[in-house]
Design a protein around this ligand. Structure first.
Ligand code: NGF
Length: 291
């Protein structure tokens, strides 16, 4: 398999919102030992990162690096609309923990101009000896980067690619065509197959925490030229993803991991705790798709 699969790592939280270290380590191990993913994307949306304080973010990066070591590729998402925090986290993960690749979400909320966005990225990588992957997720940030915007960001040689969580396949095709040497990691799990056909280098997603086997089988079928098999797997995957989305995304993935014996814990407030109905539905999803 030449294309890489990364799980967007979940964080296990205790009921009071503190990090459950044992559970977080178990999620890391499950991804390495059972899912056999190529890497972990740490501190992204799936990690509930944007609800966390700086010290908690640092502790999670530390736990994950300590548990994973060099077993798989690790990407630390350090982006924040507090640029000083983003720089502090970048410095911490690279210089104190030894992460080799960082990522940063586009700065959001204040409608930053493109020159401000470029300044943000150049600042984050300026003082660290690491490469950076832009995290583009317009549906959640409201920030859409154009082809020319990407071209300007990629002028910085430390900016090596993009985590592309976007359903704009025209832009994706244009990006692939114009930047054959940049890494494009696709972030919308339910659209993996069309993205593979446009030449992405791999995928990063939340559902791979529980559905990596199907994703790998789909990539293998695609690489072998067996498009019908790849499409059949995507259909099955999307039945699973629809069921997960209908029951609460992160809560349900955590419940599914619990059914697999992993202490995945709770989501962080204000995300709500799973109701008894959500637990029952998650067990049904597990029995139907993952047992
Ligand atoms: O969870 C979201 C929110 N997107 C993820 C992924 O792009 C986020 C995606 O896997 C991610 O990688 C991260 O930053 O942690 C979806 O959960 C999945 O496709 C189901 O819709 O958009």
């Amino acid at each position: 398999m030449t294309k890489k699969l990364y799980s967007a790592l979940l964080t296990s939280f205790n009921a009071d919102g503190t990090v459950n270290e044992k559970g977080t380590r178990e999620i890391v191990r499950h991804n390495i030992d059972v899912n056999h993913v190529d890497g972990l994307y740490v501190g992204g949306s799936t990690g509930e990162n944007f609800m966390l304080q700086t010290a908690t973010k640092k502790r999670i990066f530390e736990i994950v690096k300590d548990e994973a070591g060099d077993d798989v590729d690790l990407i630390a998402q350090v982006g924040s609309i507090d640029l000083q925090e983003a720089k502090e986290l970048a410095n911490y993960v690279v210089n104190d923990l030894g992460y080799k690749t960082i990522s940063a979400v586009t700065p959001f909320y204040y409608n930053f101009s493109f020159p401000e966005i470029k300044y943000y990225y150049d600042e984050i990588v300026k003082d660290v000896n690491a490469n950076l992957i832009v995290y583009s997720i317009p549906a959640l940030t409201g920030v859409s980067l154009s082809l020319d915007n990407f071209a300007k960001l990629f002028e910085n040689p430390k900016i090596i690619g993009v985590k592309y969580t976007n359903a704009d396949f025209f832009l994706l095709e244009r990006l692939r065509n114009r930047f054959p040497d940049k890494k494009i990691l696709f972030g919308t799990d339910e659209m993996l197959l069309p993205a593979l056909s446009l030449g992405v280098d791999g995928a990063i997603g939340s559902t791979y925490n529980v559905n990596a086997a199907r994703a790998k089988a789909e990539i293998e079928a695609f690489e072998a030229g067996n498009m019908q098999k790849a499409l059949d797997i995507q259909h099955e995957t999307n039945d699973l993803i629809s069921a997960i989305l209908g029951n609460g995304l992160y809560q349900t993935i955590k419940l599914l991991l619990q059914d697999m014996g992993v202490e995945a814990g709770y989501t962080k407030e204000p995300m709500h705790k799973p109701t008894p109905e959500m637990k029952t539905t998650a067990s049904e999803i597990y029995a139907k798709f993952l047992k």
